[in-house]
Design a binder for this molecule. Structure first.
Ligand SMILES: Cc1ncc(COP(=O)(O)O)c(C=O)c1O
Length: 381
């Protein structure tokens, strides 16, 4: 049999998927706090817009960069909600945020390049970078700094091969939101070294009492690429629509790359995305309020059982310190929690070595599950 590439062969599976497989294999009911899948459905008008698009016969190819009406609505959204001074020609619609990130990386890295990625951080960064034959270099996010990046750590990791830094705020798995002044420092860092800053803002609509600040606001030299998604904001994970915002002149190259990757994004899904952006936003507020109340509940329950945590400021995760419970191997502990107490969580090491001793609970689970799940974690002592 011919060989697959070493990069494909050696790409690790997501550690979260491993927990999902083990949970399904249990053969009995379990409390699932391991995945970032919203428990909501998209707003009705969004679903109707997709249905109408199919009925109208919007089933043909559309432009590589996305349908113009969606690009225009997105330009308005990023100007009004993200403070990014960009127009429709700087936006490329993608198949979810994941493909926006992959598209950006495909455009800016090659074999041998190095990419700074957060540790702990979303596992897909290392996967995508490795698949493009470049090297992920993890930059530490430290508990004593509230898991906020430190420029001195980044400076120590830059080499002539460094091409990109990936920044994720609000963070999965940490629930942190990087303050505006640090975001500005990160953009200056990228500008100083003439590297790209690829900003993953898939949770931009989900913050609790703090402002999400988009790096592109501070971009004076055209180094920031920003990936966004409809998945979390509108509970549209399976609809697969996201978008990449680029400096002027870069989007046509990204649009060209869509041709061999996906040709274009599903046309009815783009109609759904237009409806999501231009229709009523009350369900977005409802979902955010629901996550906010689950966040309060989780913090209260964790305090009751004496498990420390990082207070989430964004996204829908809570990052908990289980080092006193695990005996040094959080993955093994997570498996025991699943088999002995039927609670599925994501072990911190699924997000990098910096996650040892930590675990991520997803607030996409419903309140009863969150309460009972945390009580069972308390029983593991
Ligand atoms: C940090 C982060 N970025 C990007 C994504 C991509 O989501 P999607 O491809 O569904 O837009 C996710 C999904 O879980 C995520 O957690």
């Amino acid at each position: 049999m011919p060989l697959v590439t070493p990069a494909a062969d050696t790409m690790p599976r997501s550690g979260i998927r491993r927990v999902m497989d083990a949970a399904w294999a249990l053969g009995k009911p379990f409390i699932g706090m391991h995945v970032g899948e919203p428990s909501f459905t998209p707003p009705d008008h969004v679903i109707r817009a997709a249905e109408e698009a199919y009925e109208r016969g919007d089933t043909h190819y559309v432009p590589n960069a996305g349908v113009p009406a969606l690009q225009a609505a997105l330009a308005q959204k990023i100007r009004e909600q993200n403070g990014i001074d960009a127009d429709a020609t700087q936006i490329v619609v993608s198949a979810g945020g994941a493909q926006a990130l992959h598209l950006a990386l495909s455009m800016i890295i090659a074999s041998g390049d190095e990419v700074l990625i957060p540790d702990p951080g979303w596992p897909n960064y290392a996967m995508a970078v490795g698949l493009l034959q470049a090297t992920p270099v993890r930059y530490p996010l430290k508990p004593e700094r509230g898991f906020i990046p430190e420029i001195a750590d980044l400076e120590a990791l830059v080499t002539p091969a460094t091409k990109v830094i990936i920044v994720n705020s609000p963070s999965n798995p940490l629930g942190t939101v990087i303050p505006g002044e640090v975001i500005e420092e990160l953009v200056r860092f990228a500008e100083r070294h003439d590297i790209w800053l690829l900003s993953d803002e898939c949770y931009d609509a989900l913050t609790y009492g703090v402002e999400h600040v988009s790096p592109a606001r501070f971009d004076t030299k055209g180094v920031v690429l920003s990936a966004f998604s409809f998945s979390k904001t509108y509970a549209m994970t399976g609809v697969r629509v996201g978008y990449l915002v680029t400096p002027k002149g870069v989007a046509p190259i990204a649009a060209k790359l869509q041709e061999p990757m996906v040709a274009c994004v599903n046309a009815p899904a783009q109609a759904a995305a237009i409806a999501a952006l231009t229709g009523p936003q009350d369900q977005v507020a409802f979902m955010r309020d629901t996550y906010a109340s689950r966040r309060e509940l989780a913090m209260r329950k964790l305090t009751e059982i004496g498990v420390p945590f990082i207070e989430p400021r964004g996204a829908f995760y809570i990052w908990i310190d289980v080092s006193a419970l695990t005996g040094g191997d959080v993955e093994e502990w997570a498996v025991r929690l699943l088999t002995e107490h039927q609670v599925a969580i994501a072990p911190g090491t699924a997000f990098g070595a910096g996650g040892e001793g930590w675990a991520r609970l997803s607030l996409a689970a419903d309140s009863d599950d969150i309460a009972r799940g945390i009580e069972r974690i308390g029983e593991m002592r």
